[in-house]
Design a protein around this ligand. Sequence first.
Ligand code: CP3
Length: 357
Amino acid sequence: MKPPIQNDRFLRACRREPVDATPVWFMRQAGRYMAEYRAVRASHSLLEICKTPELAAEVTLQPVDRFGVDAAILFADILLVLEPLGVGLEFVGGEGPTLRRPISSADDVDRLRDFDVTTELGFVAESVRRIVGRLDGRVPLIGFAGGPFTVASYLIEGGHSRNFVATKKLMYAEPQAWHRLLARLASITTEYLRLQVVAGADAVQLFDSWIGVLSPQDYRRFVLPHARTILEPVAGLGVPVIHFGTQTAALLPDMRSAGGSVIGVDWRIDLADAWQRLGADVAVQGNLDPAALLAPWPVLADAARGILAEVAGRRGHVFNLGHGILPETPPDAVADLVKLVHDESRTGNQTGSAFRL
Ligand code: CP3
């Protein structure tokens, strides 16, 4: 049996229920900016940590223990689903992910290996169980997966891309193969998220980080139906679902229509504006520029207060960055930011500076 969640303000905010203070967590909150993480990384590769449930649990707990964030996020990577497809996933030190055999044609799509998610990615379920055990109900655990466009882009580009030309070329030139590929990824991703929820994840996030490079028309035509194929059944599992992307100002209504009880937005749009475009009946996560954590404290504090002021006490806000935390981030700034968000949003403190509009 899972212990009841003691600090449930993250889950309450996802459901747009009243909270005692605004919940806060950070994308990539376990990572190289923390000495505790670097100590583990000194003797283990990223993939080793992901595949060793005890290590994955240890690094997942690091930011929870140190900063008092309101949610833990499973330590894994969105590209883990690519390895069983047989494309040769590697994380080369400092340069990010690379694939030894990226795909570029309809034939390549059809040659991707078939695999059983429960067997090949069972180590992730084991990590979830260990983390849930070690959290012992302190905060909820967020599971996650990559969104179909973002995962497809790594599969096609063989790594990170600046302009996504190879991805778009396949999408435009071989639309049928593209849809077969995304349908395949969607089915893997749905199973993968289900595995995490069944193992004990309390919420999940779909990271379709790079969808902002698409026109709204192309998003609707080439991605939205597949995102919906993932998000609909996952919503049926009864946990909050966060749907996240960057540079999505023009895509927000379509992302909302694809699904998610919470929409994650980046800093390139004012939060109030984003909420207006999304409609009031959805929760919102974001949206501090990760670089603000490198700024002098008064600048950082001001930026965080600006976000709370945009929210203006509305229900359904989860404080986060607009994208992952940067490796250069000073951990003390993270600690101070968590404290500020909690203190200045605390119910009963609504005359505080955060709400001076
Ligand atoms: O948020 C967390 O703390 C959980 C862990 C997590 C990782 N990757 C571990 C990781 C999460 C949520 C991710 C998601 C992820 N991975 C995304 C989506 C979010 C985003 O940033 O847009 C993407 C695109 C990836 C793919 C990926 N993994 C890239 C591009 C890189 C290299 C960039 C980098 O920061 O080095 C990774 C490596 C990676 N995944 C690291 C971590 C902590 C850093 C590598 C390390 O320790 O060597």
